[in-house]
Ligand binder design. Structure first.
Ligand code: NAD
Length: 449
């Protein structure tokens, strides 16, 4: 048995001894995790700076604050979430009582990406622990410093028979060859397919939190300055390396010039010489840096586009003459490049979005409430905002997840707990009354209906 297989076997043994079932245990583990994270805050922020050059303020807002929010919610609500739920009986089960039990799966695998390496490793883990599972965590090999820190932190907090963080460079095939009771994957659709294929071998259920090209529609009634400010904020956070960032803008032609101008002014005001600023995030690695440089080079019209090869930073860049057949529209951008495409009729824009994979997010800027409502109902996407961006991720009362190519399953708050729980239906009956007509033989005329 390989070493990973041994770890999983140890977790199953721990789980099968019912050690993770008592709520007191789960709450204690969540408490321990929170204490350690609070103690290690400076080290976490330092690691995020080393990996992605995230400033303390940005890293706190987009990683730590979200983790604390999940911890607070789970610790406060766990007793309610985990309650056995009594539901109405049916005529067939009368007079039995009917219940739903929330049952943990067992030993689960959590696979995390590099762009929000702390938040996207720890938030699913909080949900897995709350639901009473053991977990193997695999962080990304790209976010070297944060992944190493998480590994150390989890080792210090938990026994390996409960939570084990495997090396970020663990062989992928070996990792996916193992049998888990659930797999929670955050990453690209390409690897999502590999994970799902491997999971099918053991009929392991999966949640896939994937990515894609998320559109932002700006219609002519929109407050253009507000739209520009919010789009720029959401797009250039983490230098565009955000799964729910606006990937491209679809703007009504009549207001396109005004939007481009407002975006350019916003960039000048808030991201002046960003590529030289310490507080502006870097591109994760040379491969992605070069990929993004290539996307800029392929465009004739570019606003911005300054880069710093040494620090691998790319300033916010507008691609104001982009179109659907351009290179930048063929794959998820995942960087600070913003294609802006004009449309004349809203129906055309809707058609273009529908012709592509279902996105993880969609944003709509308009003052016309009916138009916004119509778009929400016509388009399929994971989640989104009207007159804003990204905010759907920050509210743990909202389920977070994709649809179609952008993923399956949801988490955050109660939804995370539910994701890591099997809903077990139980009917509790007694011996009386024992109505005879349900029993064989079912000869003709038994029930004269
Ligand atoms: P990725 O798919 O390359 O990697 C994700 C994780 O899978 C990493 O831990 C990686 O080591 C591992 N991995 C890579 N190849 C594997 C294989 N063959 N078998 C098993 N595991 C493998 O994704 P990434 O580059 O780290 O992240 C970027 C992608 O993630 C983007 O598409 C982005 O949109 C998406 N994303 C989605 C969300 C979300 O919540 N939906 C959040 C962040 C990022």
């Amino acid at each position: 048995m390989g070493s990973l297989a041994k770890r999983i076997a140890a977790q199953r043994a721990f789980f099968n001894r019912d050690r993770t079932k008592p709520l007191a245990f789960r709450l204690a583990m969540l408490g321990r995790l929170e204490t350690r994270i609070r103690e290690q805050e400076d080290a976490i922020l330092a690691a995020l700076r080393l990996d992605l050059s995230k400033s303390r303020a940005e890293a706190y807002m987009t990683e730590l604050a979200l983790v604390y929010g999940e911890l607070r919610e789970a610790r406060r609500k766990l007793r309610i979430w985990a309650r056995t739920e009594r539901v109405r009986g049916s005529l067939a089960s009368f007079p039995a009582r009917n219940f739903i039990y929330r049952e943990p799966y067992g030993a689960v695998l959590i696979l995390a990406p590099w762009n929000y390496p702390f938040y996207l490793s720890i938030a699913p883990l909080i949900a897995a622990i709350a639901a009473g599972n053991c977990a193997i965590v695999k962080c990304s090999e790209e976010s070297v410093h944060t992944s190493a820190l998480i590994r150390k932190l989890l080792r210090a907090v938990f026994p390996a028979s409960f939570v084990y963080c495997t090396a970020p460079d663990t062989d992928h095939e070996e990792l996916l060859r193992q049998r888990y009771d659930y797999i929670f994957f955050t990453g690209s659709p390409r690897v999502g397919k590999i994970v799902m294929r491997a999971a099918s071998e053991h009929l392991t259920p999966v949640t896939l939190e994937l990515g894609g090209k998320s559109p932002c529609i700006v219609d002519e009634s929109a407050d253009i300055k507000l739209a520009a400010r919010r789009i720029a904020w959401g797009k250039f956070l983490n230098a565009g390396q955000t799964c729910i960032a606006v990937d491209y803008v679809l703007v009504q032609r009549r207001v396109k010039a005004a939007l481009v101008q407002a975006l350019a002014a916003e960039i000048e005001r808030r991201y002046h010489k960003a590529e030289q600023r310490e507080s502006y995030p870097k591109i994760i690695n040379r491969r992605h840096y070069e990929r993004l440089v290539g996307l800029i080079a392929a465009e004739k019209e570019v606003i911005g586009g300054a880069m710093n090869e040494r620090t691998e930073k790319i300033a916010p860049t507008l691609l104001p003459e982009a179109d659907f057949d351009h290179t930048c529209m063929q794959e998820e951008i995942f960087g600070p490049l913003l294609p802006i495409i004009a449309y004349d009729e809203l129906e055309t824009a809707i058609g273009e979005i529908k012709a592509r994979e279902k996105p993880l997010a969609c944003y709509i800027f308009t003052r016309d409430k009916r138009k916004a409502e119509g778009l929400i109902r016509k388009l399929s996407f994971g989640g989104g905002c009207v007159n804003d961006v990204l905010l759907q991720i920050g509210n743990h009362c909202l389920p977070f997840g994709g649809v179609g190519n952008s993923g399956m399953g949801v988490y955050h708050g109660r939804y995370g707990f539910e994701t890591f729980s099997h809903m077990k239906a139980v009917v509790k009956n007694t011996g009386f009354p024992d109505l005879p007509f349900r029993y064989a033989p079912f000869d003709e005329g038994k029930w004269k209906l």
